[in-house]
Design a protein around this ligand. Structure first.
Ligand SMILES: C[C@](O)(CO)[C@H](O)COP(=O)(O)OP(=O)(O)OC[C@H]1O[C@@H](n2ccc(N)nc2=O)[C@H](O)[C@@H]1O
Ligand SMILES: Nc1ncnc2c1ncn2[C@@H]1O[C@H](COP(=O)(O)OP(=O)(O)OP(=O)(O)O)[C@@H](O)[C@H]1O
Length: 316
């Protein structure tokens, strides 16, 4: 087995085109029916060998100061979980230094931390020459967080259970989005908790994937997809952050075609008709209230990919 100098993996952000949330189970997790789309906004993680048992991380890029640079970083947790999965006999001689380059908004509902965890899994698997297959990596991923398996897979996929049980879905390519990164952040457990509070006493139906949405994805018609976008967490995100309502109203006045809060928010995703329209929308929404950054992205794109496998030295 040879060793590598370093391995760099990039991982995409996601948008939930549909997020239907059922009742909470005993463990506090909610049953979901969700449709994910991976978009071309990427974080990158570089894994470099470190002495056995050492796990360190540095974070650079957008909003790096808001991301932990210790063992609580999701990329470090992923590297440790991978070692745990391959067994203690391999573990003592392996360590890693991770460099996370952030572009995905932090705590913005676009699965930034999950992307870093998935990227770290693939980078460490390659660096350490473990060669786990995608199903094995996905199993480890699901223990780190519900969104992590999708960050590995990418594309367009239906997520059931906690969101980790994935089935790839058919979709035309070339959906264009404008992403309004709203000021501040929202905690995912707090948003789920607020949804429970808002729905207390209501009888909840089992969440199901929307057939009109699946048809719209296959049709390639943005206006059709726009009408079917849906996020059950949106009222909860707005309830915790009422200024989001003003932003959503502002966007609907500019572009009524398709808008929703991404995942647990507060990032707002606006679907454009095509690429030029996305450019126009980005300009028109540049001064939208409560927005700190306007980004453009398109999808679907593949999940985690090794972009630099480093140099392999010949060893025993
Ligand atoms: C909002 C979404 O991003 C939509 O894809 C995900 O459901 C959240 O995925 P994630 O951030 O990977 O979430 P996890 O790290 O697994 O869980 C964080 C917290 O979110 C809540 N949570 C998450 C997933 C789920 N199906 N039900 C939940 O109630 C729980 O309070 C949990 O403690
Ligand atoms: N590598 C990481 N990148 C970003 N956040 C991280 C990372 N590791 C830990 N965190 C912490 O996790 C929390 C959630 O951040 P993240 O960016 O994943 O949120 P999110 O995009 O809203 O998640 P999701 O869409 O999966 O619910 C933040 O408080 C952040 O400090």
């Amino acid at each position: 087995m040879g060793s590598r100098s370093s391995v760099t993996v990039r991982a995409p952000a996601k948008i939930n085109l549909q997020l239907s949330v059922g009742a909470p189970a005993e463990d506090g997790y909610h049953d979901l029916a969700t449709v994910f789309q991976a978009v071309d906004l990427y974080d990158e993680v570089t894994a470099t060998p470190a002495p056995g048992g050492q796990f360190t991380v540095e974070v650079t890029g957008t909003d790096a100061a808001r991301v932990p640079d210790d063992g609580s970083n999701l990329a470090v947790r992923a590297a440790r979980a991978l070692l745990h999965a391959v067994g203690p006999e391999t573990a003592p001689r392996l360590g890693v230094h991770l460099h996370v380059r952030k572009r995905i908004p932090v705590a913005g509902g676009m699965a930034g931390g999950s992307a870093d965890a998935a990227a770290a899994l693939l980078a460490c698997d390659t660096l350490w020459g473990l060669d786990l297959d995608r199903a094995q990596l996905s199993e480890v991923a699901s223990r780190i967080g519900s969104d992590v398996p999708f960050s590995l897979l990418g594309g367009t996929a239906v997520g059931m259970g906690r969101g980790e049980r994935l089935t790839p879905a058919l979709s035309r390519t070339g959906w264009h989005w404008v992403l309004l990164v709203a000021d501040g952040e929202l905690s995912t457990p707090a948003v789920y908790g607020e949804l429970d509070r808002l729905r207390a006493g209501r009888v909840l139906v089992e969440p199901r994937v929307s057939e009109p949405l699946m048809q719209a994805l296959r049709s390639g018609e943005a206006s059709r997809l726009g009408r079917t976008l849906h996020n059950d967490l949106q009222p909860a995100a707005v309830s915790l952050r009422p200024e989001l309502d003003m932003l959503l109203e502002h966007v609907e006045a500019v572009s009524p075609a398709g808008v929703l809060v991404s995942g647990s928010g507060p990032t707002v995703a606006v679907l454009a008709e095509d690429e030029p329209h996305a450019g126009e929308l980005a300009v028109a929404l540049a001064d939208a209230p409560g927005v700190s950054r306007v980004l453009r992205a398109s999808g679907p794109v593949p999940g985690c990919r090794v972009v630099d496998p480093g140099v392999r030295s010949v060893g025993r």
